[in-house]
Design a protein around this ligand. Structure first.
Ligand code: SIN
Ligand code: CO
Length: 388
């Protein structure tokens, strides 16, 4: 058995993560009081306000006046006053911007990285919330600051209030209700109705998951296959056609040819597997890597990496399957000696100096790590030293 990377949660409330996975994951909600021992919020109300003003951060402002809801997209030069009740600002992708938020998300790596999405924060004034809704994804709602009342309802037909700018369940019949304080956490499975209402000023963190739908996956796969058709690309031709008397009719030979191309199309298994690895490690849509500022030469990089180790950038997505390794949407053809260290890097998100000492004699691996550091995908140091 391989040891899990340090810091990953071992319990959710009174349950071990194994028990949680068997009894609650994708099945039913769970409230865990004081879920993360020693928990401290990775973000303050002031930092969230500042983040909501930035154009490289995705944010939304939701407010309610009686039955009327409003939704505005950020960035926000000015948010409503803290004294005004009933508004919420949501800030997405906190883990991509703050090391402390990324460290918190990493604690949930008892689920595969390919399922973990991001850490969203919501700041609300008294009475604020986004209304009763259901999400298509699992979510852990971790109370970071102040208090929020949550009500949950089993899945129903999911019909929505027509015309509202936010998704509001038309029918919401809560069966359970809790008041959460700092460190308390509520797990909500996909499809379950939930509504959180701030009891005074508060911050809630949402640890969100991703799960592709068939349609999303196939449209991405078909688009990628169309961009890279591979092999020969025959074109329709109709030498010997007789003159047409009904030019508006679709020519049967053309239809048959196109039908044949569509029904004979069989992507190779290896191409599908390669695509899956790339698809599941594609960086989040708002991520772009700047590359390293001051560049180390290969020799300098090797010396430094031997001394300090290497750590993945917090925005990097890396995964492996069998002999294949994928990073930030790109496949890597690996030599046998590279596989163990690259798998270890994907699992731990770092390679310690001690580990690197034994593998850095392989020029291909060093060149690969050096190229990734040039792209800004990894850095010198360790998770502990850099906080990444
Ligand atoms: C919130 O924190 O206000 C919304 C989070 C959610 O319901 O998923
Ligand atoms: Co929700």
């Amino acid at each position: 058995m391989t040891a899990s990377p340090a810091g990953i949660l071992k319990t959710i409330g009174e349950l071990s993560v194994d028990e949680f996975m068997q009894r609650h994951w994708q099945r039913k909600p769970l409230l865990a009081r004081a879920a993360l021992p020693g928990f401290e919020s990775p973000v303050s109300p002031e930092t969230l306000r500042e983040m909501a003003s930035r154009d490289d951060v995705q944010s939304r402002l939701i407010a309610r006046r009686g039955e009327r809801w409003t939704l505005e997209q950020g960035p926000f030069e000015q948010l409503p006053s803290r004294r005004r009740a009933g508004w919420t600002v949501l800030v997405n992708g906190l883990d991509r911007h703050l090391d402390a938020a990324h460290a918190l998300l990493r604690r949930f790596r008892f689920l595969p990285d390919a399922r973990l999405d991001d850490l969203m924060a919501s700041y609300a004034t008294d009475g604020g919330g986004v209304g009763p809704h259901a999400d298509s994804y699992d979510v852990f709602l971790l109370q970071a600051h102040g208090q929020r009342r949550w009500r949950v309802a089993p899945p129903n037909d999911g019909s929505l209030v027509p015309g509202a700018p936010v998704k509001l369940l038309a029918r919401f019949a809560p069966t359970q209700e809790w008041l959460l304080g700092p460190g308390d956490m509520l797990y909500v499975p996909p499809g379950w109705g939930h509504e959180g209402t701030a009891a005074g000023e508060c911050i809630t963190l949402s640890i969100g998951f991703r799960a592709p739908s068939r349609h999303e996956f196939l449209s991405a796969f078909l688009a990628a296959s169309a961009d890279n058709p591979g092999g020969s690309d025959p074109r329709f031709s109709d030498r010997g056609r007789v003159a047409s008397h009904q030019p508006g009719a679709l020519p049967p030979d053309l239809v048959t040819q196109l039908q044949g191309w569509a029904s004979d199309w069989r992507p190779r298994r290896s191409d599908i597997e390669r695509f899956i690895g790339c698809y599941l490690t594609e960086p989040a849509p708002d991520v772009w890597f700047e590359g390293a500022g001051r560049m180390h030469s290969l020799a300098q990089f090797t010396t430094q990496a031997r001394r300090r180790g290497v750590v993945l950038d917090r925005r990097t997505r890396m995964a492996w399957r069998g002999t294949q390794v994928f990073i930030n949407g790109e496949p890597c053809d690996t030599a046998p000696h590279e596989r163990a260290p690259l798998r270890a890097l994907a699992n731990a998100r770092e390679l310690s100096a001690a580990r690197l000492g034994t593998v850095l004699q392989h020029p291909a691996l060093v060149q690969r790590l050096h190229a990734w550091s040039r792209d800004g995908w990894l850095h010198l140091g360790t998770v502990q030293a850099t906080g990444r």
